[in-house]
Design a protein around this ligand. Structure first.
Ligand code: SF4
Ligand code: SF4
Length: 256
């Protein structure tokens, strides 16, 4: 019962933070300190209460079972929550992924470690992997009752346990995120796949404004870890990380 209340509190936290962040972005009042604050808060909540862990909830709903949070996982509230946050991505793009999800936040924080980064300039390959991983996840859960996120150790990581060799896979994703921007989010997360497609047509997303001077070797494009700041970027993999805005010398990017 306590665990269930924590899940609901986590959902409330996600909704409130999403609204605050989107509002600050709209008013151009978002900044790096605020981004650190939400990132750290989401990580702490993730480790303390395993919430708001919506990719895990998606798996639990598909499996129809969740040993530790049975009532919530099977409840219509959980299903509506999952649908609701995808609908929010159609409006606000990936604010949930950017700041409220503990899984994304851990990777985001590690990417700030001052070590040399490996930028993947190809946008097609991660997309193709995503397109293979998503139906595999669905089929394994619905046809074979296998929760792949559990198998690879997502929950083990947040519960600070190692239950099998397979559970090291998620740890490997996390370690890699110091080097490569959000590897799990960009290829492995089924819920993120839904958000990424929603973000391509979302009402609000980052766009260049009249102040953009089309600088040579665009600073926003160099700063973007997912190549979404390119003119051709559809913001599918934009996590509103703030790097392009920070890099722009003319405040040439809006959340519009
Ligand atoms: S892609 Fe998945 S893991 Fe990453 S932030 Fe979004 S919901 Fe979380
Ligand atoms: S740098 Fe800009 S375009 Fe690239 S992911 Fe971050 S916020 Fe999105």
């Amino acid at each position: 019962m306590i665990f269930e209340s924590a899940q609901i509190a986590g959902i409330i936290y996600a909704v409130v933070s999403l609204i605050i962040i989107a509002t600050l972005y709209r008013k151009k009042k978002f900044n790096r300190k605020i981004s650190y604050g939400f990132t750290v808060a989401s990580i702490v909540i993730g480790f303390l209460a395993f919430t708001p862990m919506l990719p895990w909830q998606m798996q639990a709903n598909l499996l129809g079972t969740e040993p530790q949070i049975p009532a919530f996982a099977k409840s219509p509230v959980a299903a509506l929550t999952l649908i609701g946050f995808v609908l929010l991505a159609f409006i606000f793009s990936r604010v949930f992924c950017g700041y409220a999800c503990p899984i994304g936040s851990v990777q985001e924080l590690l990417y700030f470690l001052p070590i040399k980064k490996l930028k993947i300039n190809n946008r097609i390959v991660p997309l193709l992997i995503r397109i293979v991983v998503f139906p595999t996840f669905i089929v394994l859960a619905t046809v074979y009752s296998i929760g792949i996120l559990a198998e690879i150790g997502l929950k083990d990581f947040f519960f600070l346990t190692i239950t099998s060799w397979l559970s090291l896979i998620f740890i490997a994703f996390i370690i890699m995120s110091a080097l490569i921007y959000r590897p799990f989010c960009r290829i492995g997360c089924p819920y993120g796949t839904l958000h990424s497609f929603a973000a391509t047509i979302s009402l609000f997303k980052l766009t260049k404004n009249k102040s953009c001077i089309d600088c040579k070797n665009p600073k926003c494009e160099s700063a973007c870890p997912t190549n979404e700041a390119l003119e051709t970027g559809n913001r599918m993999e934009c996590y509103l990380c703030y790097r392009c805005i920070e890099a722009c010398p003319t405040q040439g990017i809006d959340y519009d």
